[in-house]
Design a protein around this ligand. Structure first.
Ligand SMILES: NC(=O)c1ccc[n+]([C@@H]2O[C@H](COP(=O)([O-])OP(=O)(O)OC[C@H]3O[C@@H](n4cnc5c(N)ncnc54)[C@H](OP(=O)(O)O)[C@@H]3O)[C@@H](O)[C@H]2O)c1
Length: 321
């Protein structure tokens, strides 16, 4: 595993981090398997774990807490998130700060996450959704500063809403945010335009999330793929959206080098960008943990292949939470 330095805190973070949504919130998760996968990731050098209160109402955080207690000899970095009070995750411009992140709510969920994780301080606490309309409001600014001063949180981040990659820049201008988390993958290349150069200039860390486009870039989905009732992926991969996605995956598959898999290519694409501090594939299965951690070997993508991947950028006009 290779490490990249967080520009503000100096933390050496593994290039491959651990996305902990699916294991806490998607159907088909098995806690025993998850704990084994988490332990394997630690053994392979992964030291960044991205969870959220919303991933199973604290369930994902509690699994991470168990992992932390089993690895007290290792410095593992914990990232979690405060859920939006009104449970809206995108297009929040018609909501007020009081609807989404009132001060008492930010504090209450930070305290709840500390308890679920079983730690005294959260390394990276993130706001799980955002509208830059609130950027100048000093109430959220004072609250996050207080929680940092009190020692409950070491650093703050914002998880940018899906496909709203610049709807955070004014909040970053405040200087209070140390890290942004954003959807970035072979399809979603938009953060390269504005957000990444901004972060590089200001020394803000970047967590690249959803590296496999929620699964399509693993190459395992087919037209017949269906998820059980209640699984969020039914909203992302509706029959129409799946039908629009699969031909694009096929075109991509045709350029994957013979020595590589599609998931490997997807991760190597993300790691090619110097603004990226870490990427956090969602992983439940041991085999996926092993395959993904192995990608962090410092071998860059060949420039002609990188050029070809530029053609696979896809600006979607769907609205998905
Ligand atoms: N608003 C937000 O802040 C927000 C939103 C979305 C995601 N996130 C964060 O980003 C993380 C990553 O996104 P995601 O988990 O939604 O989606 P993702 O990482 O794009 O895809 C996860 C899927 O890929 C599969 N997978 C992983 N490695 C594989 C491999 N090598 N080969 C084949 N399949 C593989 C996983 O299978 P298994 O699970 O079976 O191993 C899972 O089904 C989340 O876990 C979460 O921490 C944050």
């Amino acid at each position: 595993m290779r490490y990249r330095q967080h520009p503000r805190t100096g933390w050496e973070l593994s290039e491959i981090g651990y996305g902990m949504w699916g294991l806490g919130g998607w159907t088909g998760s098995d806690d025993a398997q998850t704990l084994q996968s988490l332990a394997e990731a630690v053994a392979l050098g992964c030291n960044v774990f991205d969870t959220a209160w919303a991933y199973g109402a604290g369930h994902s955080e509690r699994l991470l807490g168990q992992t932390l207690r089993s690895h007290r000899d290792r410095r593992l970095y914990v990232a979690t998130k405060v859920p939006p009070k009104n449970q809206r995750w995108i297009q929040l411009d018609d909501c007020t700060l009081d609807d989404v992140f009132p001060s008492d709510h930010i504090r209450k969920y930070t305290e709840s996450s500390l308890e679920n994780l079983g730690v005294d301080t959260i390394d990276l606490q993130q706001l799980h959704a955002w509208s830059d309309r609130w950027a100048a409001d000093d109430r959220w600014q004072r609250t996050i500063d207080d929680l940092r001063t009190e020692g409950l949180v070491r650093s703050w981040g914002i998880s940018v809403n899906r496909w709203e990659t610049t709807n955070v820049v004014r909040a970053l201008d405040t200087g209070l945010i140390d890290c942004v988390q954003v959807v970035y993958n072979i399809f979603d290349q938009d953060p390269e335009d504005v957000l990444f150069p901004y972060c590089q200039e200001r020394g803000i860390a970047v967590i690249a999330r959803v590296p496999f486009d929620e699964g399509s870039l693993t190459g395992t989905l087919t037209r017949e793929t269906q998820f059980p009732d209640g699984d969020w992926r039914n909203m992302y991969f509706t029959p129409a959206q799946l039908a629009a996605t699969l031909p694009r995956v096929d075109r991509l598959t045709s350029i994957v080098p013979a020595t590589m898999t599609l998931p490997e290519l997807a991760l190597r694409f993300i790691l090619h960008h110097p603004a990226v501090t870490t990427t956090i594939p969602g992983m439940r299965r041991l085999a996926n943990v092993r395959a993904n951690c192995a990608v962090s070997d410092g071998v860059p993508l060949a420039p002609p292949l990188l050029e070809q991947l530029r053609e696979h950028r896809w600006e979607r006009d769907w609205v998905v939470p």
